[in-house]
Each structure stands twice: as C-alpha cells, then as structure tokens.
Design a protein around this ligand. Structure first.
Ligand code: TYM
Length: 333
C-alpha cells in the first residue's frame, strides 16, 4: 500500500474551491485504497504572521473542512503540523542539504516576497519549501496529491530525497511522486480566468470560498467573466472563462465535459451560469452544515486532532531517528 501525504495552510477562515477541487477531493478518493496522512500545516501559516487567536481558529476551521469533505479519521491520519515537532526538526536537517540558490529559485517565494523585494522578507518564507519537504519525507511518502502550483516544491522535495539517498545510502528516504489530476490541477479566478483562484486574489469577486454565503457565491458565478462569443465549448486557450466554468461543473457533478457541451449546445452563457450556480450551492449548503457541526464541538475536534498527532508522531519519530543516525548525530541514552 502506498503512503499518501498532503496538507493545506490555515491562512483563511475558509478554503476556496481550488483547494477543494485541486486537492481535497483527491485526498478523499485516495484514502480508500491507500495509507493516507492529512495535515493542517500551521507552521507554514506562521510565514504570514497571523494574529495568534485567528491562527488557532483557522487551524480548527481547516480541520473541520477536511472532515466535512470526507476525510475519515478512522481511515486516515488527520493532524496539526505543530503538534508533531519532528517536522521542524527534519526541516533543519534538510536545510543543511539545500543550496541557497536552489531555494532562491522557488517561484512562489519570489511571488510572495516580490512586492516589497526580498530584503524585508522573513527567512521563514524563504525556507518554507524545505519545511514542506520535511512534511513529506518524514512519512516515507509515495504520493503527494496537490494542485499544479505545488509542482515546483515537489521537485525540490524529490531532489532533496535523491541527495540524501546518494549521501547516506539508497534506502535513506522514499522519493515521492506528485499526484496532480490534470482536469482540476488549476481552477481559475472567475474574474480573471487566466490567474489561479487564490485566497490572496486582489478582488474577492473571482473567488469561491467554501464557507461563503451561498447567495454571494451564486452571484459571483453569474457575474463570471466569459468572452464575446456565444458558444459553450471547452477551449482553455481561447475561452478560459467558459472552460473554467465547465471544469468546475464537471468536477462537482461527475458529468464529462463533452456531455456538458452537448447539453448546452444552442444555449447561452447565462443558462450555464445559472445552472452552475445551482450546482455549487447544492454542494455548499450541506458541506457548510457539516463544517458548522464539527466547529460546534471544538473539544471533540481537538481530540480527533490529538489522536492523529499521536499516530503521526510514532511514524515521524522513526524516520527522524534514522536520519539523525545516518547524519552522525549522537543519540541520547
Ligand atoms: P495551499 O494551502 O496554498 O493549498 C492547498 C492545496 O490546494 C491546491 N490549490 C489549488 N488547486 C487547484 N486550483 C487552484 N486554484 C488551487 N489553489 C490551491 C494547492 O496546490 C494545494 O494542494 N505548500 C502547500 C501546503 C503544504 C503541503 C505540504 C502540501 C505544506 N506542506 C506537504 C503537500 C505536502 C500550500 O501552500 O498549499
């Protein structure tokens, strides 16, 4: 059985539809056949210097959204990164194997620090991908289900894994593979369908947050940017807006895109948007009820997370011990 690991940052009150379609639905599907570990990466969220009480709340909210999407703690390990200290420890070890130039080539770092230049950026933001590599390598992970924007970080993780194996022996760590599902690897902003949907978008109108008021969501879908033609056709290059709507429609209903194109032959963009708004609202309404159910009982939620941290710790401790030993660190008696 292969090992799956993935995580999301608790940097917003709500996950957005890109997180859900690009990653979370894959997580839920993969846990059926694999040994899966899903993490709320709160240490990564420290890179945006959140308000402490807000971070704690968002950590629980993120976990509640994993559960509401179908992550099953009886099947998978669900935990919070900071509760398993080995993540930070392995990150240090890996940072000693990461070239400065290699870290400096990460495009997300450049994007995130870009506006103000790197001078005032934190070292934490710079070493962010090394902590991500630690998350993955700590569990001898085979597959990492993520969206397209994480591909470069996964490549760094693979390079580091290969480097450790070359240095300390071929079975030192497992070299992970990305699991990126092409159809939903990049969900686009509704107002700017050439940019990825993101919680940090300039305007909220292009964003669908899972915990948004369904009325607001429906309105955003109805005002999504399309193009000057009339034809409903999947053509990401020439018709990015319409294609994005078809992708979302298909992913939420399971209907293939050619079938949707046939359904909408001769119909207008308005029809597609009204129907898609109904599809999204039908998905969000019960989802939100489940999230609020989990959040109404934070002590049970914290128990689920503590139990997950206990199970994750056992695995993490073994890997870290192996890596410390091969690195020549003296074990405590
Ligand atoms: P984060 O929190 O930005 O995003 C969580 C997941 O959602 C995917 N995603 C998207 N997929 C499709 N379309 C979009 N518009 C879209 N926006 C986001 C992301 O690709 C990701 O899978 N560095 C990671 C968190 C992380 C991690 C890890 C992931 C830390 N350690 C170990 C995997 C394994 C991040 O910032 O994701």
């Amino acid at each position: 059985q292969s090992r799956i690991f993935s995580g999301m940052q608790p940097t917003s009150d709500s996950l957005q539809l890109g997180n859900y379609l690009g990653a979370l639905t894959q997580w839920v599907a993969l846990q059926e056949e694999h040994d899966a570990i899903y993490c709320v990466v709160d240490l990564h969220a420290l890179t945006v210097s959140p308000d402490p009480s807000v971070l704690r709340d968002r950590t629980r909210r993120t976990a509640a959204q994993y559960l509401a999407a179908g992550v099953d703690p009886a099947r998978s390990i669900l935990f919070v990164q900071s509760q398993v200290p080995e993540h930070a420890e392995l990150a240090w070890l890996l940072s000693c194997h990461t070239a400065f130039g290699e870290a400096n080539r990460m495009t997300q770092f450049k994007d995130k620090s870009g506006k103000h230049g790197t001078e005032g950026t934190t070292v934490g933001l710079f070493t962010y991908p090394v902590l991500m590599a630690a998350d993955i390598l700590l569990y001898d992970t085979n597959l990492v289900p993520v969206g397209e924007d994480q591909r470069q970080h996964l490549e760094l993780t693979r390079d580091l894994a290969q480097r450790l194996n070359a240095r300390f022996g071929p079975d030192t760590v497992v070299v992970p593979e990305p699991h990126i599902v092409k159809a939903t690897a990049k969900i686009y902003d509704l107002q700017d369908p050439t940019a990825k949907m993101s919680k940090s978008a300039e305007s909220p109108n292009g964003l669908i947050e899972l915990l948004d008021d369904p009325k607001v969501v429906a309105k955003r879908i109805r005002s999504a940017v399309t193009d000057a033609e009339r034809e409903i056709r999947f053509d990401p290059e020439h018709k990015p807006g319409v294609s994005n709507l078809l992708t979302i429609y298909s992913a939420l209903t399971g209907r293939e895109i050619p079938a949707l194109e046939a359904d909408y032959a001769g119909k207008g963009y308005g029809d597609l948007k009204v129907d898609l708004a109904a599809v999204v609202v039908d998905f969000l309404t019960p989802f939100q009820a489940r999230v609020h159910g989990y959040l109404s009982d934070p002590s049970t939620l914290d128990d689920v997370l503590s139990d997950g941290a206990d199970r994750a710790s056992k695995l993490a401790a073994g890997t870290l011990e192996r890596l410390y030993d091969r690195s020549g660190l003296l074990p405590r008696r």
